[in-house]
Design a protein. Structure first.
Length: 298
């Protein structure tokens, strides 16, 4: 009786467990940002499951999840520059898997597409681009190299279903010998720049001084010209006075006669050998004795 009761209890419980297991294997959930590749007895189905709950044949079908979100990958590699310097660099790459290509990627490559496709592509494209720049140019043209990596990687990976969205060059490392050479070059350039600056400063100062001297000389010449014009007339009069002996010419004349002293001074200025003659005005008054004789004769 007890055995019969035990069987009646165990069998339903066992059946329920089996049903739960079957139901659990009949459903699958595809998480956000993923696609599900269906495998039927190991064969890859072209029908790819999108996000959400899906049914499948238990124990016959399985689902492989492919992450279609943007994935970050860091690759450390080295290449040779245009001037044959070894360039060691670390590159951060953002890429994603196209949902429509999840089936073919899983079928042909599997889920290890990162190490099989992406990393080798990065090494190849970087070597090609690094050869276009010298070591020094590589440092100053990071943005151009990053853009070149994006273009080159997409050309190689897009047909497969991988899309590179961004590339960041984390660092560039060079050999110790090259770093020392760069430092010496920079020191030499700084010294040359300093010498050139000092030279230019001296030239500028010399030009400024010469210009100042020129302006000063022109100002002095103008001042002398103005001074000369202002003292010419006074100097002439002064010379006249210096040459005059202090004596006026002896002149006899009537009360109405006027003596023009300035005319004599002008004559002195014309030459020191000028001889002054006495000027006697003509007297129209007749002689008294002669007039008396004339009256007697009449």
């Amino acid at each position: 009786m007890k055995k019969l009761l035990s069987k009646r209890v165990v069998l339903p419980v066992l059946g329920a467990i089996i049903v739960i297991i079957i139901l659990a294997n009949s459903l699958t959930i595809v998480q956000a940002g993923h696609t599900g590749v269906v495998l039927t007895l190991g064969r890859v189905e072209e029908n790819v499951l999108q996000e959400g709950l899906h049914a499948k044949i238990p124990f016959i079908q399985s689902v492989a999840m492919i992450d279609n979100r943007i994935t970050k990958l860091e690759v450390s590699t080295e290449a040779f520059s245009k001037d044959l310097q070894t360039v060691q660099t670390t590159i951060a790459i953002n890429y994603r898997v196209d949902t429509s290509k999840s089936f073919s990627i899983y079928k042909n490559i599997g889920r290890d597409y990162e190490s099989i496709l992406v990393v080798p592509a990065v090494n190849e494209v970087l070597k090609a681009i690094a050869a276009e720049y010298t070591a020094e140019e590589s440092v100053t043209n990071r943005s151009l190299i990053s853009e070149g990596l994006i273009v080159g990687l997409n050309e190689k990976l897009n047909d497969i279903g991988l899309y590179v969205t961004d590339v960041n060059i984390i660092n560039f490392d060079f050999s110790d010998a090259y770093i020392i050479a760069i430092e010496e070059k920079q020191v030499a350039q700084q010294q040359l720049l300093k010498a050139e600056t000092e030279k230019q400063t001296k030239i500028t100062n010399a030009e400024a001084e010469a210009e100042a001297l020129k302006i000063r000389a022109e100002a002095e010449a103008e001042a002398n010209r103005i001074l000369a014009e202002s003292i010419t007339d006074t100097l002439v009069e002064y010379n006249k006075i210096e040459k005059w002996n202090g004596q006026l010419p002896q002149v006899t004349g009537g009360a109405s006669s006027i003596l023009d002293v300035s005319s004599f001074l002008e004559s002195d200025n014309a030459g020191s050998d000028t001889t002054y003659e006495s000027y006697v005005p003509e007297d129209n008054t007749p002689d008294t004795q002669e007039q008396a004789n004339d009256d007697a004769a009449e």
